[in-house]
Design a protein around this ligand. Structure first.
Ligand code: C2E
Ligand code: MG
Ligand code: MG
Length: 715
């Protein structure tokens, strides 16, 4: 096929011709070292050595031996330093004819070589030697880096520009609990603990983008969910265009360090025997508490409790016993204190209690009395005899008795000494008047407790008059304490004490139950009444679940909820805010009505009043008193009535005593009246009489000053 022949012939013809001389010069110009050997065989026909046939200049350069000294000589002769290993490898190439590659290092020359050995023809053996020192060194530095990456004890994570993890090391897995497989591909945010807010991460990112670097302490989360502090360095890696390509995060787990620090701090600020805060910590907390008290204008108290005659116990029973007793005392104290009070062991047998927020000085006296009582039961330490302890307490109040820690401590100490002088087992305030006052209140409290148990409390009922009909349509229940010695005690004298001591809870529950039962009895007797109003103390909302109490009381008494009206003061809204609104709405949902007592004296905002459904406002007595003589009071009363009506609320005027006051209120359209002009509060058995009297009169009230109802003796 001529065409085929023709087509190939010109191509071959166009190739440059390479004669032997030219080949020789190409061979000499090769950058790799080349050596051709004749294979020498031993007596058994096995390759045993190699004789140089030819080498190129590059080979001369690598071996440092001139061609003239190589050609015709045996390898073992000229390169005796060649390792037996090489001869062995050469042998296997020479035997099998397979091409093989080895890397070699010349210690003499400090260079790395790659050797390719092959058999170009039977009986011939060739090696190509390349100097790979440069490649080897750069690969070696990578190998080193990889080793460092893997072996370093710091956790390392490499992410791409969008914080997706691309590589992590072994320490990362150790610290975080995520294996490389679990971590790679995830966003670095899997490590977030949720302890830092968005602002924190924003600062980290903005610093990273502006400086390429961020370092700091961070709280992260392990796979187990446990959080831990770490010291983290993030470095941004840029590509050749200056764009961020990678982030490298290197971190150490510093939880052990933190724990050690925390432990050291704990030791520094705690008493080793009782584990209580020590005086150093007291000073710190004290300073903070004082600042807060000053800022929020509340009072705080410092109590010092000194065990009476504790030295005797140490002396007679030994210090070790004394120590165990102190631990037992600590436990009793702790069980009597609120979480927010700090109990401190000042030294030896002296304890201190920091009460950060108290309403009245008596709060501190109550705690002092409780702690002293806590010691009353005898102690037994490891089968010992019964040990009786007592203590004396001193109280200083900030800011009244001073506003720096040292002074308050000194004053509390002075007060302890006063207590000791008064025969121990008692407390004293630094200010004498406070001691007297606190003792009086405590005596009153225990009398009130007894009065409750003995049934010396009762309710009086003050008629509630409807303006349009003049009829008594209901009553307000008012608490009375009938003391066999002191006679009738007005609520103003004991309700605050009941509130402070928590007695108001059982007391309030009793009032509610009694009033509901009474109302039910009147209704059963056919009285045309619509409302029984009961006063509720704001404190009751702190102490009991009032809606639940109401539900239970109504159920027990069989009174329909619509007859019950609760009088609350604006104070509850100011003190309890949103929580009060929620509770009041629950009460309203029961069908019980709500009225705001003493309206106008508090500071409640109208917006609050709108948040829950109230039914009535009771204008405070102080405005009614001067309504005919003081134009601004008249103005206020008139405004309250108008405002209430515009909000569809009805209005009660309390403390109506004169016909003039009544005339004013009538003129302004007040809906209900209550006051001595109509009736004093009455004992339950006299109340129905007032209803009958009012029912007898259907005509509008006369303005001649004659009261409508028989006025019973004042209560
Ligand atoms: P309050 O709820 O505003 O009750 C009205 C007070 O004004 C009663 O005093 C009543 O006797 C008196 N009052 C009524 N009409 C007149 C009048 O024409 N002139 C004058 N000067 N006074 C009049 P009371 O019974 O001494 O009660 C005083 C406060 O004690 C009550 O004020 C109420 O806040 C509280 N209170 C009474 N009973 C209870 C109760 O059961 N629980 C609670 N938490 N507080 C109660
Ligand atoms: Mg009231
Ligand atoms: Mg009132």
């Amino acid at each position: 096929m001529p065409s085929v022949h023709h087509s190939s012939a010109p191509r071959e013809a166009s190739l440059p011709r390479i004669d032997e001389r030219r080949l020789r010069s190409l061979f000499d110009a090769m950058p790799s070292g080349f050596a051709l050997h004749e294979i020498l065989l031993d007596g058994e026909g096995q390759p045993c050595d190699y004789r140089f046939i030819d080498v190129n200049p590059a080979f001369e350069a690598i071996t440092g031996i001139a061609r003239s000294r190589l050609v015709g000589r045996r390898v073992r002769e000229v390169l005796p330093q060649l390792e037996p290993l090489w001869i062995e490898r050469y042998g296997s190439v020479a035997l099998t004819g397979d091409c093989q590659q080895f890397d070699d290092f010349s210690v003499d020359l400090d260079r790395h070589y790659r050797v390719t050995a092959y058999c170009p023809e039977i009986g011939l053996f060739a090696v190509i030697v390349d100097d790979i020192t440069a490649i080897w060194r750069s690969e070696e530095s990578l190998r080193q880096a990889a080793k460092v990456f893997e072996l370093t004890r710091d956790g390392v994570a490499i992410t791409d520009a969008s914080a997706r993890i691309v590589a992590v090391n072994h320490a990362f897995t150790e610290i975080t609990g995520y294996s490389s497989e679990e971590a790679v591909g995830q966003n670095a945010s899997i490590l977030k603990s949720g302890h830092h807010d968005a602002v924190f991460y924003d600062t980290v990112w903005s610093e990273l983008t502006s400086t390429g670097f961020w370092q700091g302490e961070l709280c992260n989360r392990r796979k187990t969910g446990e959080t831990y502090p770490q010291w983290l360095t993030i470095t941004a890696v840029h590509d050749e265009y200056g764009q961020i390509e990678r982030y490298i995060g290197v971190f150490t787990d510093i939880s052990r360090l933190r724990n050690a620090e925390a432990h050291a701090e704990y030791i520094a600020y705690h008493d080793t025997l009782t584990q209580l805060p020590n005086r150093s910590l007291l000073n710190i907390r004290f300073e903070h508490a004082l600042e807060r008290a000053q800022r929020h204008h509340h009072k705080m108290a410092l109590l010092i409790i000194d065990l009476d005659l504790f030295k005797n116990i140490n002396d007679s029973l030994g210090h070790e016993f004394g120590d165990r007793l102190l631990v037992a005392v600590t436990e009793r104290f702790k069980s009597r204190l609120r979480d927010e009070d700090t109990l401190v062991r000042v030294h030896g047998d002296e304890f201190a209690i920091l009460m950060e927020e108290i309403e009245v000085a008596t709060d501190a006296a109550v705690v002092a009395r409780d702690l002293l009582q806590a010691l009353e039961a005898p102690f037994r330490i490891g089968g010992s005899d019964e040990i009786y302890l007592s203590a004396s307490a001193g109280i200083s109040i900030a800011p009244d008795d001073g506003s720096d820690p040292a002074l308050l401590l000194r004053n509390a100490d002075t007060a302890v000494n006063l207590a000791k002088m008064q025969g121990r087992k008692t407390f004293c305030f630094y200010t004498e008047a406070l001691t007297t006052h606190a003792l009086e209140r405590m005596r009153l409290e225990s009398r009130l407790r007894r009065a409750m148990n003995l049934g010396h409390l009762l309710l009086h009922y003050q008629p509630l008059i409807e303006a349009s009909s003049g009829a008594v349509i209901g009553a307000e229940a008012l608490l009375r304490w009938c003391d066999p010695e002191q006679g009738m005690i007005a609520p103003i004298h004991f309700i605050p004490v009941a509130e402070d001591s928590g007695l108001i809870a059982p007391l309030g529950a009793w009032v509610l139950a009694t009033a509901c039962r009474q109302m039910r009895a009147w209704l059963d007797a056919g009285r045309a009444l619509r409302t029984i109003a009961v006063n509720l103390s704001p404190r009751q909302f702190f102490l009991q679940d009032v809606p639940e109490l109401l539900r239970q009381t109504l159920a027990d008494s069989g009174l329909d909820a619509r007859f019950l009206e609760l009088e609350i003061t604006e104070g509850i809204l100011i003190e309890r805010g949103e929580r009060a609104v929620a509770i009041l709405n629950r009460i309203r949902a029961l069908g019980v009505r709500l009225s705001i007592d003493d309206f106008g004296t508090g500071y409640s905002s109208l917006s609050y009043l709108k948040r829950f459904t109230i039914d009535k406002l009771k204008i405070d007595r102080s405005f009614i008193r001067d309504v005919t003589t003081d134009s601004s009071d008249a103005e206020i009363a008139a405004t309250i009535i108008a405002m209430a009506h515009s909000l569809s609320l009805s209005v009660v005027a309390e403390g109506v005593e004169t016909a003039e006051q009544l005339a004013f209120l009538e003129e302004h359209g007040c809906d209900y009246y209550q006051g001595y002009f109509f009736s004093h509060p009455l004992a339950a058995e006299h109340f129905p009489e007032s209803v009958e009297n009012s029912c007898a009169r259907r005509d509008p009230p006369r303005m001649d000053g004659t009261p409508w109802l028989t006025i019973r003796s004042a209560t």
